[in-house]
Every structure is written in structure tokens, then in C-alpha cells.
Design a protein around this ligand. Structure first.
Ligand SMILES: Nc1ncnc2c1ncn2[C@@H]1O[C@H](COP(=O)(O)OP(=O)(O)OP(=O)(O)O)[C@@H](O)[C@H]1O
Ligand SMILES: [Mg+2]
Length: 329
């Protein structure tokens, strides 16, 4: 795949503090690239430098071969940005918000109405086009803002924490939209604090912490980085948990942890063979097995391993739902 954004030795200092500390990255055409990191990791600062909004202390960024500091106007047409905060004018209608954005990008009078109608359709807001944006729900505002950020039809879209603050339903809708954009060939860079979001959407992920990239790769590459093994997950009746844990330890030498009716154990080698032997043993013992599976470690396992930081469920929507796992310092 062709590299379309080259970031070389990028540094941004605020006084003595390095918010971005020597980052090197190649973004490839057509990919969804994720910058995953906790609060203050340097995500917004990095993408602001890609757009030329923030001037690097040192280093270089080329977008389609163009030096972004020298030709900012050109970059604005190639790269769209949806910032972390939703920027729509509450006093204006959805149509008017898009009209103003279109004018800023010098879309011609002949083309602007068609561009707005298409954007409204994409945001599923056609029937609300004459309603003031101030009356919209958070999800509707975010959808309007996404199409507003792309009214100039950029080749690349940067989404800074596109779903932070959205509820699960609106977040899932935004994920579908991001995948659709990608199918249309739009290269996407997104920043996120949500592990599940990076896992679901991104072809490649850079994990960023304290301004440095600490890991880079596809989700499975990142997961494999921390170990060669897999997690064995068993769901049973609560009453049988301790009996099964004993079997795992005594017969297979596997230490395990349990939460309610779920047992997890790390299998370092011969994972599939071990899985079938465990199934046989549990059924011979006539213990109930609701489900049993193997999976690669999750991105949270990777983050903890690399940074030593812990993660907490912070959204409070559904604490058991993995999609609400967020990185927090
Ligand atoms: N203009 C500024 N002046 C001083 N420090 C800044 C400035 N902008 C950012 N920082 C600091 O740089 C660090 C990185 O900030 P940045 O906004 O890039 O983080 P982030 O990864 O986007 O975090 P969040 O998830 O909270 O948006 C933070 O410690 C922040 O306080
Ligand atoms: Mg940010």
C-alpha cells in the first residue's frame, strides 16, 4: 500500500515538556489507522501537527508529498478534521451549518446544494435539514459535524476521539459510518481512548503514551507481541467454578482466575490440543460446560503489559461490556 502521510522525528514541546516525543509514522492509503492512548498521551497534538494547525518543535510531515507547513491551504482540501469537541452552530439549521462549511471550502454556487443534500443524506438528517442544530441530540450533532468536516470531499479524514461521550447505540452507528467511509476509499486516522474501538475499526494501531509510540502493528500483531499463548475462557455454573479450576491446575498445570461463572486461564502452548483435552476431562467429570473457547489476549492486556498502567471501566454505561473499557491514567 502506498504511503500518503510520512511523519519523521516529530517533536512538540511546550516549554520543557515534550507532548510529542520523536514520533515516526507512515500512514498508508485506504487504511483506518488508530492512535490509541490515554488522556494527555499526545494524540490531539500529533494530529494537529499533521494538519499544520500546531507547528512542530522539530521534525517533518509530508502529506501526499506536500510539506504541510508550507502549503496549509492545499492540505485543508486533502485532509478533513473532526475535532474532539463537536463544532456546529446551534442557532443555524443543519442545512445552514453545511452551507457555511461549503463556502469556507469555496464550493461553487452550482455545486453547493447538491453537496449539502448528499451530506444530509449520509448523516441521515435530510428530514431535519431545516431544524436548528441546537435542538439535535448528541448523536445527531456528531453526525452533522462529521459530514460538515468532509464537505470538501477530502481523501483523508482525521477523527479525534469520534465517539467519546456518545452512548453505545450512537457509538455503534458512528463505527458503521466510519467503516462505510473506508469502503469508499477514504483513508482514516482516528484517535481513541477506547480499546474496543481501535480493535473493531483499525487496520493498524499505534499505541501512544507520554508522547511516544510504544507499539505499532495490526491488532493481532500487537496481541501476539505480548505472548505466544492464548486465553482459555470457560463459562460454567457458579457452583462448579472451583472444581473446574482445580482440574485445570492439577491435570493441566494451568493457573486460572474466576469472576462469577467465568474462568480464564492463560495457555502458553499447544492451545488447541489443550482445549480438546480440557473439554474431554470436564465432560468425563460430568461438570456443566456452558461455553468454552480460546482467544488472543485483548488490547487491554497489551497496554498493561507495555505501560504498567491499569485501565478502568469509566463510562458507567455497562461495566461488563468490553466496549466501555477506556484507557485512563
Ligand atoms: N497548548 C498547550 N500548552 C501546554 N501544554 C499542552 C498544550 N496542548 C497540549 N498540552 C499538553 O500536552 C499533552 C498532550 O496533550 P494532547 O491534547 O495531545 O493529549 P491527548 O492524547 O489528545 O489527550 P486527550 O485524550 O485528553 O484528548 C498533555 O499533557 C497536555 O496537557
Ligand atoms: Mg485529545
Amino acid at each position: 500500500m502506498k504511503t500518503i502521510i510520512e511523519i519523521r522525528n516529530l517533536v512538540k514541546k511546550f516549554g520543557d515538556f515534550s507532548a510529542v516525543d520523536n514520533i515516526n509514522l507512515d500512514i498508508k492509503e485506504g487504511e483506518i489507522f488508530g492512535l490509541l492512548g490515554p488522556n494527555g498521551a499526545g494524540k490531539t497534538t500529533t494530529i494537529s501537527m499533521i494538519l499544520g494547525i500546531v507547528k512542530p518543535s522539530s521534525g517533518k510531515i509530508l502529506v501526499y508529498g506536500i510539506d504541510n507547513l508550507k502549503e496549509r491551504e492545499k492540505i485543508k482540501h486533502i485532509v478533513g478534521l473532526m475535532t474532539q469537541e463537536t463544532i456546529v452552530d446551534s442557532e443555524l439549521t443543519a442545512y445552514q451549518n453545511l452551507e457555511i462549511a461549503g463556502r469556507l471550502y469555496h464550493i461553487s454556487k452550482n455545486d453547493i446544494d447538491a453537496a449539502i443534500q448528499l451530506a444530509l443524506e449520509e448523516a441521515e438528517l435530510t428530514e431535519f435539514k431545516d431544524k436548528k442544530a441546537g435542538s439535535f441530540s448528541g448523536g445527531m450533532k456528531r453526525r452533522l459535524y462529521l459530514v460538515k468536516s468532509m464537505i470538501q470531499k477530502p481523501k483523508v479524514i482525521i477523527l479525534d476521539e469520534p465517539t467519546t461521550g456518545l452512548d453505545i447505540q450512537n457509538r455503534t452507528q458512528m463505527w458503521t459510518r466510519i467503516k462505510e467511509l473506508n469502503r469508499k476509499g477514504i483513508t482514516t486516522i482516528l484517535t481513541t481512548q477506547y480499546l474496543e474501538e481501535a480493535d473493531q475499526l483499525c487496520n493498524r494501531i499505534a499505541i501512544i503514551d507520554h508522547g511516544k509510540i510504544i507499539a505499532l502493528g495490526t491488532t493481532s500483531e500487537l496481541k501476539k507481541m505480548i505472548s505466544k499463548g492464548q486465553i482459555l475462557e470457560i463459562i460454567t455454573n457458579k457452583d462448579s467454578v472451583s472444581r473446574i479450576m482445580d482440574i485445570l491446575e492439577s491435570k493441566f498445570g494451568l493457573k486460572s482466575t474466576a469472576k462469577e461463572d467465568k474462568i480464564e486461564s492463560f495457555v502458553e502452548k499447544d492451545e488447541v490440543e489443550t482445549l480438546s483435552k480440557v473439554i474431554n476431562t470436564i465432560s468425563k467429570e460430568k461438570l456443566p460446560l456452558i461455553s468454552i473457547s480460546l482467544h488472543l489476549p485483548t488490547l487491554d492486556d497489551v497496554f498493561i503489559k507495555l505501560t504498567g498502567s491499569s485501565m478502568r471501566d469509566t463510562l458507567g454505561e455497562n461495566k461488563s461490556d468490553r466496549s466501555s473499557v477506556m484507557l485512563k491514567r
